[in-house]
Design a protein around this ligand. Structure first.
Ligand code: PL3
Ligand code: FE2
Ligand code: FE2
Length: 242
């Protein structure tokens, strides 16, 4: 006899890979969402500002970078709508604090004209972080947010790819700065992944899945830029010692 959960309707409405959906209307969910959603909104806003800022270091790329920046504002609006839809108010002061170490490193690199470091922070590390988070979120998101996030994640690949292409084209000149920037910033991303884990778990997002997805995007990006497997392993080790 067919059970209630095995009707075609239920299967269709169900989540991929059998992940169980959280109760989107519970206070526990909304409380965690107020921080996670704020992180995403702040991240999208800072991403916008960062691409505009990188445009000042690469004037011949300013137009292309302005296009990427505009996409980030669209993402930010989409995620703001997700919070409104659930009746959640984003905790923006929390999110500003969350990003402040990475934000500080970006501003320092910008002031020193270090375009390689700026690109590693924004177009590689932050984009790989966003892509992994959105991947893991999509199967456990409410239907409204799922649609929006699916659209956003496609754009984030465009951004990651922009960073990869520039760094690949300039690898001979940027290798050393890239390794140094990795050493200083990968440990921060690891800490951010750890900090978000508790709230992410309430959203039914698994910390190990997040880490694994992040590392695989990051490794793939470094491989595309032109690092060897051994060099990539060395760079990833910075996350363990940092
Ligand atoms: C750059 O395009 C975007 C930068 C955003 C950073 C995202 C951090 C993600 C933290 C965990 C979020 C889970 C997804 C929830 C969506 C409401
Ligand atoms: Fe974005
Ligand atoms: Fe992006």
């Amino acid at each position: 006899m067919a059970t209630l959960t095995s009707t075609p309707e239920a299967l269709e409405a169900g989540t991929p890979s059998g992940a169980e959906l959280p109760d989107f209307s519970s206070e526990t969910y909304k409380d965690a969402y107020s921080r996670i959603n704020a992180i995403v909104i702040e991240g999208e806003q800072e991403a916008h500002d960062n691409y505009v800022a990188i445009g000042t270091l690469l004037p011949d790329q300013a137009e292309e970078l302005a296009k990427l920046a505009r996409m980030e504002l669209k993402h930010m609006k989409g995620f703001t709508a997700c919070a409104n839809n659930l009746g959640v108010t984003a905790d923006m002061p929390f999110a500003k604090e969350f990003f402040s170490p990475l934000h500080g490193n970006f501003q320092k690199a910008l002031a020193e004209g270090k375009v390689t470091t700026c690109l590693l922070i924004q177009a590689i590390l932050i984009e790989a972080f966003a892509i992994s988070a959105y991947h893991i979120y999509i199967p456990v998101a409410d239907p409204f947010a799922r649609k929006i996030t699916e659209g956003v994640v496609k754009d984030e690949y465009t951004h990651l790819n922009y960073g990869q292409e520039w760094l690949k084209a300039n690898l001979d000149n940027v290798r050393e700065e890239l390794e140094q920037a990795n050493r200083e910033n990968l440990p921060l991303v690891r800490k951010m992944l750890e900090q978000v884990a508790g709230d992410a778990a309430v959203l039914h997002m698994d910390q190990e899945d997040l880490m694994a997805d992040f590392l695989s995007s990051y490794q793939e990006a470094l491989m595309d830029i032109g690092f060897s497997g051994r060099e990539i392993a060395r760079m990833a080790a910075a996350a363990l010692v940092g």
